[in-house]
Design a protein around this ligand. Structure first.
Ligand code: AGP
Length: 615
């Protein structure tokens, strides 16, 4: 998820674009850059790794000529570490065309190979740079930038927002989108583009929302919208009545709530580009050889907090699909228990930030014991991936809320992909079985969306509990880590005592906690594994018989649960190992709404930091 800005009009394009990037810096802050169309036959580009301030220093030290057409980008790295060459905008060989991009181009490796075979010299590791060269080839053949964009978009697979300028066509900005956000700001004699309205809301509140697979051409006089084949298309005009703060949160009250609702896109993006043209699973940052993968006879997952709970879910999937024993260990405990490691142990470090000190120290210890370390991380170029032997990056985009939500869901996706990849290499699952599970995963964004569509019911439930002093969470099998995660969310942002239990453990002590009307949220397994479902029902009966108020999350159509549920939240029917991807969402919504009702700062809860860089 990156920040994109475009402008054409009478103002200084540099000022408009840089101000717009500042409003969008929450969308990505690995690097920033602008491209301006002046008098010359080359587009002028200034870009710098790091925060926007670094770019502003470059622009102050080396002023560029005034221009009235320009584009800009703040990067959240997906392909290629955050450095100057990988910063956007990118240009073609002749520096005539510059382009910025948000999303993932799945077939960029093939496109790059074809360009390099035609003697194109690409200077970055990004997927975006291929587009700059393709656009430039088109305009060099005589097409205008609009037609060039239409033609190139037809060559691309994946999710993308593209914005481009042509040095030989200074009064035009051209953009395109597929499965990635882009809005037009409509001014008087000037036009704006942004990843969201925060980019231009200080200049205009009149906006156009672009549809799927559309190309938009902006000039001072107006806007032209087509599809990728060049046929005229419609965009939806609307008036923006948010203030700037709301605009940065896409209209939500909290970044956390915005990030909960971004989860379908985050999961979809984290699944992009994971299959070869032959349908085989590929993990492009997985730098372990097949022999090294085949030699793995134990996996130890280390993580902290929410990431630790993602590891607990991963244990069920990896052991079921790969038949490799998995231990899941708190990072802060790992090296003090004198773990048994050797070259055939794969240590998997899960970290959204990639900077958690406990996890970093743990992987250093593991590597000193000759184990291979694989990082699952959402922050390209951060310390933990840099110090690992292999990496699987998630593509959730920046997670601003301290309480992790989309970070957790995309970690689950990466863990499932790792499990399937090991199963593919070890041969513990046939290709058709792996393909079937991948299809089930690719259907999950829609399932997650269906849970989000039912948010109001969960909000009502949450508000009923503003006077609650304690909440319990029950789960079984892969639902047990979900119960733990649901409890953590409530602790973190509602400051409530909350505890998650394995439902089968209740009778060994915790059931003594049950009191009249105590809320117990129960994650009911799908009926795919009936011994689980039946046993979960008896656990729910036990707590309800002792006065608990049971709020049950169960798959739609599960009639057996009704007699024991005081409240029932329907979940979509999904495979048992993938259910955490949908069952955690109501718990996230519940915590977010209850904390809001209690008047807490949901994005920056007391005593907490987004990344804990001290042990
Ligand atoms: C989760 O909501 C918390 N913010 C916290 O437990 C977090 O998961 C933990 O600190 C680990 O962070 P990491 O994933 O960046 O390593």
């Amino acid at each position: 998820m990156c920040g994109i800005v475009g402008y054409v009009g009478p103002r200084s394009a540099q000022d408009v674009v840089v101000d717009g990037l500042r409003r969008l810096e929450y969308r990505g802050y690995d690097s920033a850059g602008i491209a301006l169309v002046g008098e010359g036959d080359e587009v002028v580009v200034a870009k710098k790794a790091g925060k926007l301030a670094n770019l502003e220093k470059v622009l102050a030290d080396e002023p560029v000529e005034v221009a009235h057409t320009g584009i800009g980008h703040t990067r959240w790295a997906t392909h290629g570490p955050p450095n100057d060459p990988n910063a956007h905008p990118h240009r073609g060989c002749a520096s005539r065309v510059a382009v910025v991009h948000n999303g993932i181009i799945e077939n960029f490796a093939d496109l790059r190979a074809r360009l390099e075979a035609d003697d194109h010299v690409l200077v970055s590791e990004t997927d975006t740079e291929t587009v700059a060269h393709l656009l430039e080839m088109q305009v060099a053949s005589g097409e205008d930038l609009t037609v060039a964009m239409q033609r190139v978009c037809q060559m691309l697979d994946g999710a993308f927002t593209l914005v481009a300028v042509d040095a030989e066509d200074p009064d035009r900005v051209v953009a395109a989108r597929r499965n990635s956000p882009l809005v037009v700001g409509v001014g008087e004699g000037e036009m704006f583009l942004g990843s969201d309205v925060a980019a231009f809301i200080e200049h205009t509140r009149e906006a156009l929302e672009l549809g799927q697979d559309q190309v938009v051409t902006l000039t001072r006089e107006g806007v032209e919208v087509t599809d990728f084949a060049g046929r005229p298309a419609e965009a939806t005009r609307y008036h923006v009545d948010w203030d700037l703060s709301a605009a940065e949160k896409d209209g939500h009250d909290w970044f956390m709530r915005k990030e909960i609702f971004e989860q379908p896109r985050a999961v979809a993006d984290s699944l992009l580009g994971r299959r070869t043209r032959e349908g085989l699973l590929q993990l492009d940052e997985m730098r372990l050889s097949d022999d090294e993968v085949r030699s793995i006879d134990k996996i130890i997952i280390i993580a902290a907090g929410t990431s630790f709970y993602a590891g607990l879910v991963a244990k069920y999937a990896i052991e079921h699909w790969c038949r490799v024993p998995v231990e899941v260990e708190l990072s802060s405990e790992f090296r003090y228990r004198d773990p048994i490691l050797d070259y055939s142990t794969l240590v998997v470090a899960i970290s959204q930030s990639g900077e958690t000190a406990d996890t970093l120290q743990a992987i250093r210890h593991a590597r000193a014991q000759r184990s291979k370390v694989l990082a699952i991380c959402n922050t390209n170029g951060s310390t933990i991936p840099r110090e690992s032997d292999a990496v699987i990056y998630t593509h959730a985009g920046p997670e601003i809320g301290v309480a992790s939500t989309k970070g957790f869901l995309t970690q689950l996706v990466a863990c499932y992909l790792l499990a399937l990849y090991v199963a593919q290499v070890k041969g513990t699952r046939f290709g058709d079985e792996i393909a079937e599970i991948l299809q089930q995963l690719e259907a999950m964004p829609d399932h997650i969306q269906s849970v989000l569509d039912g948010a109001e019911q969960v909000y009502d439930l949450a508000r009923q509990h503003v006077d609650t002093k304690s909440v319990l969470f029950l789960g079984r099998h892969a639902g047990y880590p979900v119960a733990l995660e649901g409890a953590l969310k409530l602790k973190e942002i509602a400051y409530l005592h909350a505890e998650g239990f394995a439902a089968g453990e209740l009778k060994h002590g915790p059931i003594a906690l049950i009191e009249q009307d105590l809320p117990v949220l129960c994650v009911v397994p799908p009926r795919g594994r009936d011994q689980l479902h039946e046993k979960m029902l008896s656990g729910i009966q036990e707590v309800r018989a002792r006065g608990a108020r049971t709020i049950c999350l169960a798959e739609a159509g599960d009639e057996r649960i009704r007699p024991y549920a005081d409240e029932l939240v329907a979940l979509p029917q999904v495979p048992v190992l993938l259910q955490p991807l949908v069952s955690v969402v109501p718990l996230q919504l519940f915590a977010c709404e209850l904390a809001t009702a209690l008047g807490h700062d949901v994005d920056q809860p007391r005593n907490l930091a987004k990344s804990v860089t001290v042990e």
